[in-house]
Design a protein around this ligand. Structure first.
Ligand SMILES: [Zn+2]
Length: 755
């Protein structure tokens, strides 16, 4: 391959415009906000009647006022408070609150301790600081939450996060009114919770001797050989639970079964089907070795849960239930005997049998079982709640069966996906979930009736940490996307995305910075669009944030000098007539963020098919059709892991499309590339049949078998038209995730005469 040619483009414009309409600065936006003339000015010492609010809220309020605004709160006898609290016994919602800001007095009314805490967080976000003046615009806010489950998840198995880091995560959740922290404590790559009865779970299961480098689909794989791990003692867990409670956050612990159990089985191999001793893996993915379904294993899990219940007061206990391959069960005498004795229809019902035993135990202890949507397979346990991650379909099905559901679809709620198209971003799991996409999420599917929709408890975002090795990266992946989700979950009617974006940029990015959060700046990246031109294509980069005038307003507010200048527009034309075929080039689009130049890297290839007419006989699936007229002919190569937009996704077993070359061209070879990601049900096709013609009457046909890592197929024919026919496997093979279903085929750029 030739060296990439670097084309630096330097063009930025600084634009100022005046007058964004003043909006309520709070995220998530309250149900109602009325703005009045004049303002309340803070004095250095503020009289408050604290006696009505719980001690933890008093401590929080006092600390935050001091840290964020250098203001001191005091309660003194016989002096009329300037901020007073009032508990209201009967309100329209159990977590209702109201803030009434007048020039000489602020009244905060609330109906529950939690809502008092929510009111304080709203109050903190209302405060403006300019120079030496600190004030709140007079207003009246009435507010209460829409959903009862407003969650963020954290996987501490793939990478471990310390107690202090978990507490910071909880702090940030609380500030944005999340109330559920799903703590993913066990998985293949590490067991993170001390269990007194089984000390080897942490002595052995908490440590792995290697970790895979790069994306795990990158072949050949290499490993770092450092010992990696860690765990929380029961004392530390109690401390975190108590800490979260003080911020009105419930912790839902997750103990994975029967799959994702390799760390536990490394400690206690007798609970597997084979009994073979294996290590704690340093590779990501799904493993065949899962818990055996024999009685001893179920008892082992119940013993573990009995200690977990002592530590976590949560009504919901998450037991995983996802991604459990059935290979071992099929060959295990014990598992097959249980199937026979209990008259079960195969291994899916055996999984259901396993989960039902656990459900029975949890129910007997007054708790509720929640699991990933695979627990639907083989029959849902009577008291189970479903967390729908493979789209929303599992959730819909569970609701139709009368079960409660938490929505967490990969499409909108997986924050381990990319949030920008900048190839300079750190590696992520795959998929593309922009801030705007998260914001567009609707937890209640349109298919559900009003009555049924009451079973949707809410939603949560998941932070799987295969590619999140530390707190900085966790913050980067979580923020500001978590703010978009907090808005989705809180308000009955959410403001437009533009309004949200405005609040975020004018206020919250500064707050996040003040809280030392390494948030993503993808929101400032210019948007890239691709269009056809007469002789090729055009890349267009444009910022849609040019109307923001907050630089001087807010720069002083928190003592920062940050300055953001916006790139207005960059156009790059690629002409297929005048190109060195197959040359790889990199486009660097620079723009200022703060005082740094943050380049965005776009890698592309020049080739003879750029922007030519393409006709799809088989349509791509609408979820992955993007800009289909150009996607395969835009010069942008789909990257692995599959970042957004550059891969067309098909869910049919035959794919046909045709390219018109507009003139007769000598075709030496054709180039096609397919994604191979079995964990996402995406497989290579089996055959491709290329047909070429100069007149669309007589066709020459060239069949090929698809091979891994082979992209170029010899033709040596003159042609004006090329027809592509791609044949996939009829169904996903046994022992792969999604077995028996139609495989997905993901394609990216097609080229010709490319070596
Ligand atoms: Zn077994």
């Amino acid at each position: 391959m030739k060296n990439p040619k670097i084309i630096p483009l330097i063009l930025f414009t600084c634009l100022f415009s005046k007058g964004i309409i003043a909006q309520c600065p709070i995220i998530p936006a309250p149900s109602s906000y009325l703005k009045f003339k004049d303002r309340f000015d803070f004095q250095n010492l503020i009289q408050t009647n604290f006696s009505l609010i719980p001690a933890n809220i008093k401590a929080y309020f006092t600390t935050e006022m001091s840290v964020l605004f250098n203001l001191e709160l005091k309660q003194m006898e016989n002096i009329k408070p300037t901020i007073s609290f009032l508990k209201v016994e009967s309100a329209i919602h159990k977590d209702w609150y109201e803030i009434d800001v007048k020039t000489d007095h602020i009244l905060i009314s609330f109906s529950s301790d939690a809502s008092c805490f929510y009111a304080i967080n709203s109050f903190l976000q209302l405060i403006e600081k300019k120079g030496t003046e600190t004030y709140i615009q007079n207003c009246k806010i009435t507010d209460y939450p829409k959903f009862e489950w407003r969650g963020l998840h954290l996987d501490v198995s793939r990478h471990f996060f310390s107690v202090e880091e978990v507490k910071k995560y909880i702090d940030l959740m609380a500030f944005y009114k999340f109330n559920t922290f799903h703590w993913h404590l066990t998985d293949d790559q590490g067991w993170r919770i001390e269990i007194k009865k089984y000390p080897k779970l942490t002595e052995t299961g908490a440590w792995r001797d290697s970790t895979v480098n790069n994306h795990y689909t990158t072949i050949p794989r290499t490993y770092s050989s450092e010992i990696y791990g860690g765990f929380y003692t029961q004392e530390q867990i109690r401390e975190v639970v108590k800490y979260a409670e003080s911020k009105y956050i419930n912790i839902v612990p997750e103990i994975e079964m029967p799959g994702h159990a390799r760390a536990a089985l490394a400690a206690y191999p007798e609970f597997s089907c084979t009994g073979i001793q294996q290590n704690v893996p340093g590779l990501w993915g799904v493993f065949d070795d899962i818990y055996c379904s024999k009685k001893e294993t179920i008892d082992f899990n119940i013993d573990i849960l009995s200690e977990v219940l002592e530590l976590f007061p949560s009504k919901y206990i998450h037991i995983g239930g996802d991604e459990a391959p059935k290979d071992r069960w099929k060959k295990c005498i014990n598992c097959q005997r249980i199937i026979l004795e209990n008259n079960l229809k195969g291994e899916h019902e055996l999984q259901s049998y396993f989960i039902k035993k656990i459900d029975k135990y949890l129910t007997s202890k007054g708790r509720k079982l929640i699991g990933w949507d695979e627990i639907l397979e083989g029959g849902l346990s009577p008291n189970a709640t479903v967390m729908s991650w493979r789209g929303t379909q599992g959730g819909i099905e569970a609701v139709k069966q009368g079960h409660a559901v938490v929505m967490s679809p990969g499409s909108h709620c997986y924050f381990d996906h990319y949030q920008s198209k900048n190839s300079g971003d750190a590696i992520a799991f795959g998929g593309f979930t922009s801030l705007e996409k998260v914001y567009s999420f609707e937890p209640i599917p349109a298919e559900l009736s009003l009555q049924e929709s009451k079973l949707i408890l809410g939603a949560q975002a998941n932070l799987w940490t295969e590619y999140i090795p530390n707190m900085k990266q966790l913050e980067y992946m979580t923020f500001p996307r978590a703010l978009a989700l907090s808005q989705v979950l809180w308000s009955v009617k959410k403001p437009s995305y533009k309004v949200f974006q405005d609040r975020l940029i004018k206020k919250h990015l500064f707050l996040l910075k003040q809280k030392d959060v390494n948030y993503s700046k993808a929101i400032f990246y210019p948007k890239m669009t691709i269009s056809k031109t007469k002789n090729g294509i055009r890349y267009n980069f444009k910022s849609d944030l040019k109307d923001y005038q907050f630089i001087e307003n807010n720069a002083n507010q928190y003592g920062s000098n940050s300055k953001i200048e916006y790139l207005e527009e960059i156009k790059v034309n690629l002409d297929r007539q005048r190109i060195p075929n197959g040359e790889t080039a990199a486009l660097i689009v620079p723009f200022y963020l703060g005082l740094e130049i943050k380049p965005i890297y776009i890698n592309y290839k020049l080739h003879e098919l750029l922007g030519l007419p393409i006709k799809f006989i088989t349509e791509p699936n609408e979820r992955y059709s993007y800009n289909k007229e150009l996607c395969l002919l835009d010069g942008i190569i789909g990257v692995t892991p599959w970042n957004s937009g550059e891969w067309l996704g098909f869910d049919t077993t035959e794919i046909i499309f045709e390219v018109n070359l507009l003139k007769e061209v000598e075709i030496k070879n054709v180039y096609l590339s397919f994604l191979d990601d079995a964990s996402s049900w995406i497989h290579l096709p089996e055959k491709i049949i290329i047909s070429t013609s100069i007149n669309k009457k007589k066709w020459d046909v060239f069949p090929f078998t698809v091979e891994k890592n082979k992209n170029t197929y010899q033709i040596n024919k003159n042609a004006k038209y090329i027809k592509y026919k791609i044949l996939t496997k009829k169904s996903i093979p046994q022992n792969f995730p999604g077995e028996g279903k139609t495989p997905w085929t993901f394609m990216d750029e097609i080229m010709v005469n490319f070596e």
